[in-house]
Design a protein around this ligand. Structure first.
Ligand code: BGC
Length: 398
């Protein structure tokens, strides 16, 4: 199956991480506050990548990667409103230079789920000042990091955050069923994306700036049921298309994170129209019980074709402590990506989530998403998983 998997020249291969999930020692953001009150598990020193990033990039390079995605921790860069910490900025400059030295192109996310405490104290994303705060931060990042960054992503997965933080109540600010709050949150992040896009482009006209969005594959639970079909259409329009359409003049590329296949069943309660997901029995699932459905990436990519923008797969992966399914997931997913490429979709990268096992938000350190295992009991020792070696050989063969 792999012999003819030739990908275009310059295709980007690698893995992704985010600051709070790997760095350790982040004590100035809303997650840390929630960790202290026991609302979510403590992230503590996480993978200590704040200090061990050189070794982690050595690993990425040795695994054949030519690209790496990470996020900057806003609460380190701007610990107090309008006050920037030059030591932390210099730290991230060293990190980004190290990526260059390792021949890794960089995708840099400015906000990956963590918000400085000072901002949450002023009403967080529900307060309209959040837009100008984010613009100021984005501008500073563009001035300081400039061409050290190859691809800018103001936000990661605003819709997922809105869902977990305002409807499910699992992530800060822990609101449940707050539809208005959710809409306000997503709306502010859209506005903030637009002003950040403009701010970055004013300083770096050639910069490539785009959203990273979680796209799902949807299908009706009962294929012949009109209501299930309607509900599927509604879900996929609201979930997959709204953000993209709202940002169409403020994105140079589309960052695509793909994990989920939803079997949509119509529910009478309007609030559930968005969420109705019934998982049939006997599916191939990850350690978190999430269905593994590689074909979905093809469906998502085909649906993005009409936007006419380059598409970068910025996340795909699974929790798989024993590495039983990771290789198969990557192989089958890439076969579907190749299919989309052959049908004219402009796909330019494939990044695995994640380089390392890390802090999986409200799930703590249990789920193991890494190409590289981290031994939390023994000085955070890194051990490359067999699927990572297989992935390296795959990259070399293309
Ligand atoms: C997020 C990551 C998360 C991963 C696995 C993605 O949606 O960007 O932060 O760890 O999914 O759940």
């Amino acid at each position: 199956m792999l012999a003819n998997q030739k990908f275009p020249e310059g295709f980007l291969w690698g893995a992704a991480t985010s600051s709070h999930q790997v760095e350790g020692g982040n004590t100035n953001n809303d997650w840390y506050q929630a960790e202290k009150t026991g609302q979510v598990p403590p992230a503590g020193q996480a993978c200590d990548s704040y200090h061990r990033f050189e070794g982690d990039f050595d690993l990425a390079q040795s695994l054949g990667h030519n690209c790496h995605r990470l996020s900057l921790e806003w609460s380190r860069i701007e610990p107090r409103p309008g006050e920037f910490d030059q030591t932390e900025i210099d730290h991230y400059k060293i990190v980004l230079k190290s990526l260059k030295a390792h021949h890794l192109k960089s995708f840099v996310t400015l906000w990956h789920f963590t918000t400085p405490i000072w901002m949450t104290e002023q009403g967080g994303w529900e307060d309209k000042r959040s837009v100008e705060y984010f613009e100021r931060y984005a501008k500073k990042c563009a001035q300081e990091f400039g061409n050290l960054v190859d691809f800018w992503a103001p936000f990661n997965e605003s819709t997922i955050y809105g869902f977990e933080g305002y409807l499910e109540g699992k992530w800060p600010p822990f609101k449940q069923g707050d539809y208005l709050g959710c809409l306000r949150f997503v709306w502010r992040q859209l506005q903030a994306h637009r002003v950040a896009y403009d701010a970055i482009k004013r300083i770096l006209p050639e910069a490539k700036v785009g959203p990273t969005i979680n796209f799902c594959s949807f299908e009706p639970y009962r294929p012949n049921n009109m209501l299930d079909r309607f509900s599927t259409w509604l879900n996929s329009t609201l979930y997959n298309k709204v953000i993209l359409s709202a940002l169409k003049n403020h994105s140079d590329y589309i960052g695509c994170n793909y994990y989920f296949h939803k079997h949509v069943m119509f529910k009478l309660r309007a609030s559930k129209l968005f969420l109705a997901d019934n998982i049939p029995n006997n599916l191939w699932v990850s350690d978190l019980g999430w269905e593994i459905y590689p074909r979905g990436i093809y469906e998502v990519l085909m649906s993005l074709k009409s936007y006419g923008k380059p598409i970068y797969i910025t996340e795909n992966g699974l929790a798989d402590a024993w590495d039983n399914s990771r290789q198969k997931l990557i192989a089958e997913t890439l076969a579907w990506v190749k299919q989309a490429l052959d049908e004219g979709v402009d796909v330019r990268s494939y990044l695995q989530w994640s380089l390392l096992d890390n802090y999986e938000w409200s799930e703590g350190f249990g789920p193991r998403f890494g190409l590289v295992a981290v031994d939390y009991e023994h000085d955070l020792k890194r051990t490359v998983r067999p699927s990572a070696i297989w992935f390296k050989e795959y990259i070399e063969k293309t």
